[in-house]
Design a protein around this ligand. Structure first.
Ligand code: SAM
Length: 267
């Protein structure tokens, strides 16, 4: 992997999702969407050359930036910008205790390859990160914010909806980056609740149910749930009153929670 320094040039940039934002207006509007004020504590993941970092600092934020690329991290540290702390690290392995206990806003232009994994990690700490404003591949941003019945609705939508209200706030075309990526991007804002938006019997069981239901999105629930829960699946559906001929993409958060309660009851 690129972290080991085995790649250089274009390969390295691709592996780390290094499409740098060159449109200052997009940077400014992303910071605005996060409602940063004087003294806001902000975590930025992947600051790159600092195109988002500068407007964050200009808005008065105290920024803690985590950058995996040694050269980029070193170059930012060298600039010695007031209000900025830089850690050279992979955010997916980063020790969050280094951020202190106070909640922080998250503002970032995430790498395409690991954007979803990074977002899932952030959502696993709702009390730490109450507002998250991130740029992602447009399709992923749409999935994050999708509502039941829409084409983009999938497991990422449901897992996000349990903790957060998500809104796509800005579409960003390839020409806003250097080098331009092959895909469109979008900025999504997540307002994260300290507790799940509806009670679920068990977090892990909820994930299992959601992932199982969407494993084959176009198939009926009675088939997809049978793969994960075997002969118990028809009884689970019957007890929740959910029609097994429906597809996962039509289920609401509340219905997933009801399925979870039944699945926990099996254990
Ligand atoms: N924020 C800059 C901008 O908008 O121009 C750079 C954005 S670029 C899409 C993604 C950045 O994330 C790159 O600087 C890359 O080196 C960094 N990065 C990639 N994977 C990372 C990880 N796991 N942890 C921290 N930074 C990472």
């Amino acid at each position: 992997m690129a972290q080991g320094g085995e790649r250089s040039g274009a390969g390295r940039r691709r592996a780390l999702g290094q499409n740098f934002l060159i449109d200052q207006d997009v940077a400014f509007r992303t910071v605005q969407a996060a409602e940063v004020v004087e003294g806001s504590r902000v975590l930025e993941i992947g600051p790159g050359h600092g195109v988002l970092t500068r407007p964050l600092l200009a808005a008065g934020a105290q920024v803690f930036a985590v950058e995996i690329d040694e050269r980029l991290a070193a170059s930012l540290i060298e600039k010695d910008l007031s209000g900025l702390t830089v850690a050279r690290a992979d955010f997916l392995r980063f020790d969050l205790d280094r951020l202190g206990a106070e909640p922080m806003l998250v503002v970032a232009n995430l790498p395409y390859s690991t954007g979803t994994a990074i977002l899932e990690r952030l959502l696993a700490f709702p009390e730490r990160f109450p507002r998250i404003v991130v740029m992602l591949q447009k399709e992923v941003a749409q999935r994050v914010a999708a509502q039941p019945g829409s084409r983009s609705y999938g497991s990422l939508s449901v897992l996000t909806a349990l903790w957060a209200e998500a809104t796509v706030v800005l579409d960003v075309p390839p020409a806003s980056f250097r080098p331009p990526p092959k895909v469109d991007s979008a900025v999504v804002r997540l307002d994260v609740k300290p507790t799940p938006r509806i009670p679920v019997a068990d977090d892990d069981a909820f994930r299992r149910v959601v992932r199982a239901a969407f494993a084959q999105k176009r198939k009926m629930l009675r088939n997809t749930l049978r793969v994960a829960f075997g002969d118990e699946a028809p009884g689970v559906l019957e007890r929740t009153g959910i029609d097994g001929r429906r597809r996962a993409e039509t289920l609401t958060l509340d219905e997933f929670a009801r399925l979870t309660s039944e699945v926990v009851g099996l254990a």
